[in-house]
Design a protein. Structure first.
Lengths: 163, 415
């Protein structure tokens, strides 16, 4: 990530009132999925994501995360966000909040993994699903643990224009 | 084809046709290691040989996975071979060196060599030679969007992917730096898959440890070499300025090139640009002159070391702030060094391996059948190095600005 992209991500997390934390798997997963969804919502950071065990994952985000942890408390480490950046970040906040109220589990990591993974299968996954029904089928074959909430997740993604 | 690392590499008739396309032949003229030849004169090997080598290793790994019953279809092996063969077909001149300026200049910052590889697979004569395969059958493996099984992504990009296996050995062979030599036969023979993770049997542990350390050392000695990095930074700045003047291709323009024009988008294209613009106004003229004459930048500040206790981190964190745009401007103002002559590099922290539960971590399968990430295996020396990583932050400029920039860094960043 270039300097500016890195600090925009830092600023985005500050706007989300979150510190970047890489201490455990759950916090690393959340960083991955939040960054993915922020990009898909329009915050251009230039990270390439691929399909891994827990859905969309970027090695660059993983290694940059460790770097960002060490600088996030430095004074003047933030750069100003544009109005549209803030709009995208606020949209993510709302999406996560709605997901927590809608899904069977409130855990943020569960919600993020479900939303990001389903989105990836719909938009980027290959073979491309022919329609929503086959997309859901394909997704549940890959991630059966989300069977109770997959349809709700799809509905949410549509509501937020992410399909 | 005869390869200096593996001996004979066999190609199918289809693969020969792909290799013979202009889009692929372009790779002969792109150096694998970018500007490293300034320090290691042997580093003139190309993306062409690396692509063939990666395909060779992918085939061996795929055959092993077939033995294990993970891949059952000959067709999947062919697709993996093609993906490995074409994974770097979209590399820019001087390899990773120009990736950053071209990406930053592109729409949504998405212009990278992987996207260009996808474009080439879908839009050039490579597509015609894929025959019964759809371009997406191959490009989706390269971009890690093939969702059938996460193992495909791991083979392309993980702590133990085929790309890395080849480049470590090839770079060691060509530069003469021996730290990159690994026991690839042992790694492949002891390869397993456990709980969807790539794993090694316990008897292959030493080969894996050696592999992980090899990468670590090669980064320190070659890829992060201070002089190599200095020339990279110079060339990046030059290309940025040439794009700003609209005389060098940006990503959109590259994608619109016809295959014959794309063939010429290689290292020679950049050398030609440097020659064409050697009389431009400063600072471009001076930057080009320095690059052509191997007149290196002066490294004026470096924070570097292995972070175990975290002792290095505060200084490293402060030094990293030079990347914040308004901090960089502030440094330029304070030191009176023009921004065009401040160069910095803070690469990602280089750890021996991924965090234990990271998606791309390698697991070890013990003799009793239990398995765990190697980072958690107390029998492995790697688990003792798990928390350490190599940090590096450097600032460069030209010699006459050294003193003022050092003072400026002290004032602005308190280091």
């Amino acid at each position: 990530m270039s300097g500016e992209s890195k600090f925009r991500l830092l600023a985005a997390f500050k706007h989300l009132n979150q510190k970047i934390d890489m201490k455990d798997f759950k916090s690393r997963l959340m960083l991955q999925k939040e960054t993915y969804l922020l990009q898909e919502m329009g915050l251009h950071l230039g990270h390439a994501y691929g399909w891994y065990l827990h859905g969309p994952y970027s090695r660059d985000v993983a290694s940059d995360g460790f770097q960002l942890v060490s600088i996030q408390d430095c004074k003047d480490s933030l750069i100003p966000l544009s109005k549209s950046d803030k709009k995208h970040i606020n949209k993510l906040k709302e999406l996560i909040s709605e997901a927590q109220q809608t899904f069977s589990k409130m855990d943020e990591d569960y919600c993020l993994e479900l939303l990001a993974s389903l989105h990836f299968v719909l938009k980027h996954g290959y073979p491309h699903p022919k329609n929503e029904s086959s997309a859901l089928k394909q997704f549940l074959a890959l991630k059966p643990k989300f069977s109770s909430d997959a349809k709700k997740a799809l509905h949410l993604l549509k509501e937020y224009n992410l399909t | 084809m005869y390869d200096p690392i593996y001996g004979y590499i066999g190609l199918t008739a289809q693969e020969v046709k792909i290799v013979d396309t202009m889009a692929f032949q372009r790779l002969h003229n792109i150096r694998q290691l970018g500007t490293a030849f300034f320090v290691y004169p042997g580093a003139t090997h190309s993306r062409f040989s690396h692509s063939l080598g990666t395909m060779f290793l992918m085939d061996r790994v795929a055959q092993r996975l077939r033995e294990l019953g993970i891949i059952n279809d000959i067709d999947e092996i062919r697709r993996l071979r093609l993906a490995a063969l074409l994974h770097d077909v979209g590399h820019f001149p001087f390899s990773h060196c120009l990736e950053l300026p071209i990406k930053e200049h592109s729409n949504k910052k998405e212009g990278n060599h992987e996207k260009l590889s996808v474009h080439i697979i879908h839009k050039t004569s490579v597509k015609d030679e894929l025959d019964t395969y759809k371009p997406s059958d191959i490009s989706s493996i390269i971009t890690k969007e093939y969702v059938k099984h996460p193992i495909y992504s791991l083979l392309i990009s993980s702590d133990m992917d085929v790309d890395r296996m080849d480049y470590l050995m090839r770079d060691a062979h060509e530069t003469g730096v021996s730290y990159g030599f690994i026991d690839v036969d042992r790694l492949i023979r002891t390869l397993k898959v456990t709980e969807d993770h790539l794993a090694i049997e316990d008897k292959g542990r030493q080969a894996l440890e050696n592999f992980l350390l090899a990468r670590y050392h090669m980064y320190q000695v070659i890829y992060y070499h201070k002089t190599v990095v200095g020339f990279e930074l110079m060339l990046q700045r030059i290309y940025e300025k040439l794009m700003e003047k609209n005389v060098a291709y940006d990503f959109d323009q590259i994608c619109k090139l016809k295959e014959e024009e794309l063939y010429d988008f290689n290292d020679s294209y950049v050398w030609h640009m440097l020659k064409e613009h050697k009389k431009d106004r400063k600072p471009l003229r001076e930057l080009i002159s320095r690059f052509r004459k191997r007149h290196r930048l002066k490294k004026v500040k470096e924070i570097q070391g292995i972070s175990i206790s975290g002792a290095q981190k505060p200084s490293y964190s402060k030094m990293s702030m030079v990347e914040v745009p308004h901090q960089l401007k502030g440094l330029s103002t304070e030191s009176k060094v023009p921004i065009d002559w401040i160069f910095y590099k803070t690469p990602k922290p280089l750890s021996i391996l991924s965090k234990a539960d990271d998606e791309t971590a390698i697991w070890i399968v013990k003799e009793d059948g239990t398995s765990m990430p190697i980072a958690q295996d107390t029998d492995s020396i790697i688990s003792n190095l798990y928390n350490s990583c190599f940090l590096s932050a450097r600032v460069y400029t030209k010699d006459e600005y050294e003193e003022q920039l050092v003072k400026g860094i002290k004032v602005c960043f308190e280091i």
